[in-house]
Design a binder for this molecule. Structure first.
Ligand code: BG6
Ligand code: MG
Length: 223
């Protein structure tokens, strides 16, 4: 593929930059257990990337519960209190392998950098990790109406970076996030051990990954 030019990189937060996916899972498990419901690992995969409220609606459906708006709000608050408690002592050690170096290298090479996350805690978590100032813009769950796979969060990021969607790459650990990137008309790189469908390239983590490898893998994905 000729004439493709990558100018912007948009990183999901939970499970891509921050080692928080297991903490969201732990908090959701505790919420489900209140009803004697055990949230499975595969059900949890479906919760990755979607908003807190949409997650509660899914869990309630799986558990066969009908929740009023007030109960929903209350559970969202409880889940977040638990989650933030788990994150209390979080620091630079909770940055996932290789991603810090990758971000720094990409910044030096002139790529524009953004975060695109469903989490309303994104800024707090990035501050705890000490890397909130590495990004031109952090688009978080407070700035969007619709959950991934809707492309809103990534389109907003590209718009603020003043870039066209087709010059942006999204890094994601969730299937809903990969679908959001595709729906936005962006390239996507799946991150993690679980294979994600339809991304342009998949990496287990960022160790040894570089901007050069990124460009080469993306151009190969067209051939
Ligand atoms: C996503 C996570 O990034 O943010 C989900 O993958 C989480 O697990 C969602 O539920 C919302 O996060 P928060 O911090 O606003 O509850
Ligand atoms: Mg994620």
């Amino acid at each position: 593929m000729d004439n493709f030019e990558i100018k912007g990189l948009i990183f999901d937060l939970d499970g891509v930059i921050a080692d928080t996916a297991h903490l969201h899972y732990k908090a959701w498990c505790e919420i489900g257990q209140q009803w004697g419901f055990n949230l499975s690992i595969s059900q949890n995969e479906e919760l990755k990337g979607i908003s807190r409220k949409d997650s509660i609606i899914k869990i309630a459906n799986w558990a066969g519960r009908n929740l009023s708006e007030a109960e929903l709000e209350d559970l969202a608050k409880k889940k977040n209190e638990k989650y933030l408690k788990f994150c209390e002592n979080m620091g630079t050690g909770d940055i996932l392998p290789g991603v810090y170096d990758f971000i720094i290298t990409c910044g030096k090479k002139g790529f524009k950098l953004a975060v695109g996350s469903a989490s309303k805690n994104a800024k707090i978590i990035l501050q705890k990790l000490g890397i909130d100032d590495l990004f031109s813009i952090i688009v978080d769950g407070n700035m969007v109406e619709k959950s991934k796979p809707d492309p809103e969060v990534f389109l907003k990021g590209a718009e603020i970076l003043n870039l066209k969607p087709n010059s942006c790459v999204v890094f994601e650990d969730s299937q809903s996030g990969i679908q959001a990137a595709i729906n936005a008309g962006m390239f996507s790189v799946g991150v993690g051990q679980k294979h994600l469908e339809s991304c342009n390239h998949m990496i287990e983590n960022f160790n040894g990954f570089s901007p050069e490898k990124l460009i080469s893998k993306l151009s190969n994905s067209f051939n």
